[in-house]
Ligand binder design. Structure first.
Ligand SMILES: *[C@@H]1O[C@H](CO)[C@@H](O)[C@H](O)[C@H]1NC(C)=O
Length: 317
């Protein structure tokens, strides 16, 4: 009974703008995190993408956040990076604890890469159980454009381009997308992600020993990590009435090539001393696909802030 009153009280207090939510007394915030009716977001996966998303939600919305990771190893670091001023609005837990506690969240975002899971589709299914049964919030899965077939040779693909399961890596991604859509979720199929320090350019210029596998004019569609996180915020904003059971294709709208990526990264201060690698395409290798995510941009009312990798790297000169 007592906890019911606290939840009711919290529900009454929350929409009020009279004081910022992070200034609420600690005990109220703690019980808020346990309620399913409050505007909350559980973020499964607190890597670069999950952390950028958490930052944008803490700074731009009133959501209470639960960051969910595999182990507690990085919790201290995540707190250090995110919590300053937001102690009451961000909690951290492990997936195991989150599932066994039975706590439900209005919105759930799955943004952990497949590499950390033996069974990726069932990890997405587990995450869907964290979503409130009322389904008044969103379930969002960040997938990757890697699910498209490798047979494209310069053609344009979009949200309705058919897939073929092909190799096991693609099948795993496609099945995870299906689990999400079958649970009234929303799939955001993301382009290749980058920051100044991370992404294909970093690997090719600093770690690939001067040799890039793949033809130099191979087409690559990119997206800054912060824009990827921004697209998740946009999907949360439009809500389940718009995003439920839908698949979106998210890119910055300006494709480039393997050579273009290296040339442009070399313009930045960070990579100026690096050498241009050589490219080794294989026989019969196709050029790849060009993303057209204009339907997604319109539907989510979203557009990338970093409109091209080239422009981003020029700004880092
Ligand atoms: C994708 O492209 C095809 C072929 O141009 C078009 O018929 C279809 O409407 C497009 N889908 C979306 C969601 O824009």
């Amino acid at each position: 009974m007592a906890s019911f009153v606290v939840i009711l009280l919290a529900a009454l207090l929350l929409p009020s703008q009279s004081f910022p939510p992070h200034k609420q007394p600690l005990n109220a915030a703690t019980s808020l995190a346990m309620s399913s009716s409050q505007p909350s977001v559980a973020i499964v996966g607190m890597g670069v993408l999950g952390t950028s998303l958490a930052k944008q939600l803490l700074e731009g919305t009133d959501y209470t956040l639960m960051g969910i990771t595999k182990s507690t190893t990085r919790h201290q670091d995540i707190r250090k990076e995110l919590c300053d001023g937001y102690e009451e609005r961000l909690s951290l837990t492990t997936m195991e604890e989150a599932l066994s506690s039975g706590t439900q969240y209005q919105n759930v975002v799955f943004c952990a890469p497949p590499s950390g899971f033996e069974d990726y589709p069932s990890a997405v299914a587990d995450a869907s159980k964290l979503r409130s049964k009322t389904k008044d919030g969103s379930f969002i899965f960040t997938s990757s454009g890697g699910v498209y077939p490798d047979t494209f040779d310069g053609e344009v693909v979009n949200e309705s381009t058919p897939l073929e399961e092909g190799n096991p890596r693609k099948a795993r991604g496609i099945q995870a997308e299906k689990v999400c859509l079958d649970n009234d979720g929303c799939v955001l199929r993301l382009s290749g992600l980058y920051t100044l320090e991370r992404g294909a350019h970093n690997y090719w210029l600093e770690k690939a020993n001067g040799v890039v596998k793949g033809r130099e004019d191979g087409i690559i569609n990119l997206l800054h990590y912060d824009d990827a996180a921004g697209s998740v915020v946009a999907a949360l904003k439009v809500g389940p009435k718009v995003n439920s059971g839908k698949l979106f294709l998210i890119s910055d709208g300006h494709y480039t090539t393997r050579r273009g990526i290296c040339e442009n990264a070399l313009k930045s201060k960070r990579y100026r001393g690096c050498e241009m690698p050589t490219f080794e395409g294989s026989e019969g290798e196709t050029r790849g696909k060009i993303y057209d995510g204009s339907w997604s941009e319109d539907t989510l009312c979203w557009k990338a802030k970093y409109t091209s990798f080239d422009g981003f790297m020029e700004s880092m000169a």
